[in-house]
Design a binder for this molecule. Structure first.
Ligand code: TXA
Ligand code: MG
Length: 318
């Protein structure tokens, strides 16, 4: 049985499964989330796989409280005031990651920032306490479907993909959390949500800035500010040309003498997804100017991997 009542015992079992890398769907006061250990890249990749997301958007990372959040991100500027006013609750804060932050690159799409939320729902709180890891969780629906506000919605969309669906009835808000970028001096509203803009502005004492459409943060999930490699990418490469570095996949690696990172020597898409952003960073850091990218199969997570590679190869913009 995947769908189970959110009893103490089931929460403990779900927390153990989550620590082992499984997916767990759980209620929050906004919508049900599809959670994975945020420090485990392959577990996070399984979220995208289960949702059938054709793109890797950065995910919200849930933590049990301010102390856990402060171990991951920088709370300078107005972040502390916002956290004090709205946590636990339906506000998500985008903050700069601290050096050594344990969150997997895939959960933040390789960004230097992380979206953190402390949910108020007692079941979400109990799961976080028991799991003792930060939990990355988008809404627990298939890509393109509406967000689930009951465990039955989650089951209808995701079936037995999560190891557990913790049932605790309907969500109080039924609308996703409000996302605020608290990294600039003047925080910006990235996604309207369960906490009205006016309540946040009342705490700040001034209006929230608008998201910069140049940066593509127009609507939920449409954020374009992923890690953008400095190097140029040449896709579907079957050979490595002079001066090129190599982003490989599988065990049939062409002969070359420059830098090389293999996304998955075994040809495993989940492993490749988990390594993608770190691999781009690593090749950038090695001074690569042009990266030959071996073909990655288009099925399953390969669709999102190829989407990301195409964006990285395209002239800058989105
Ligand atoms: O109510 C909610 O927020 C639900 C529950 C489960 O907590 N979660 C949710 O997560 O809606 P998700 O992953 O579907 O939404 C993430 C939103 C997206 O709009 C994404 O672009 C933005 O947060 N986001 C995440 N990380 C970001 C970052 N580092 N910088 C800017 N925006 C980010
Ligand atoms: Mg969603």
């Amino acid at each position: 049985m995947t769908l189970v009542p959110a009893t103490d015992r089931n929460i403990t079992r779900a927390a153990m499964a989550l620590r082992d890398g499984a997916l767990v769907a759980f209620p929050t006061e906004t919508v049900y989330g599809l959670g994975a250990d945020a420090t485990n890249g392959e577990a996070v990749a399984a979220i995208f796989e289960a949702k059938d997301r054709p793109r890797f958007n950065p995910l919200i990372v849930h933590v049990s409280g301010l102390e856990a959040a402060r171990a991951l991100a920088d709370f300078s500027g107005r972040a502390m005031e916002l956290a004090a006013a709205f946590w636990p609750g339906a506000l998500t804060l985008v903050l700069r990651k601290l050096p050594g932050c344990r969150i997997a690159d895939l959960a933040t799409a390789g960004l230097d920032t992380v979206a953190l939320r402390v949910p108020a729902h007692p079941v979400a709180q109990a799961l976080l306490e028991a799991a003792e890891v930060p939990i990355a969780a988008p809404s627990a629906n298939r890509s393109g479907r509406v967000s689930p506000t009951s465990a039955a919605h989650v089951e209808a969309d995701l079936g037995d993909r999560p190891a557990f669906i913790l049932d605790s009835g309907s969500c109080a808000f039924g609308l996703e959390s409000t996302v605020v970028d608290a990294t600039p001096q003047n925080p910006r509203l990235l996604r309207p949500g369960a906490i009205p803009r006016a309540e946040i502005e009342a705490v700040l004492g001034f209006p929230l800035a608008h998201a910069d459409p140049q940066k593509g943060i127009a609507s939920p999930g449409q954020i374009a500010s992923h890690y953008a490699p400095r190097a140029e990418l040449r896709l579907n490469a079957s050979e490595v040309r002079d001066g090129e570095s190599l982003l490989a996949f599988g065990d049939n690696v062409p002969v070359h003498n420059g830098a090389c990172v293999n996304l998955s020597p075994k040809g495993n898409l989940r492993e490749a997804a988990a390594r993608l952003f770190a691999a781009l960073r690593e090749l950038d850091a090695s001074g690569a100017r042009m990266i030959a990218v071996m073909p990655v199969p288009a099925e399953g997570l390969g669709e999102a991997i190829n989407d990301r590679l195409k964006r990285a190869a395209a002239p800058r913009g989105d």
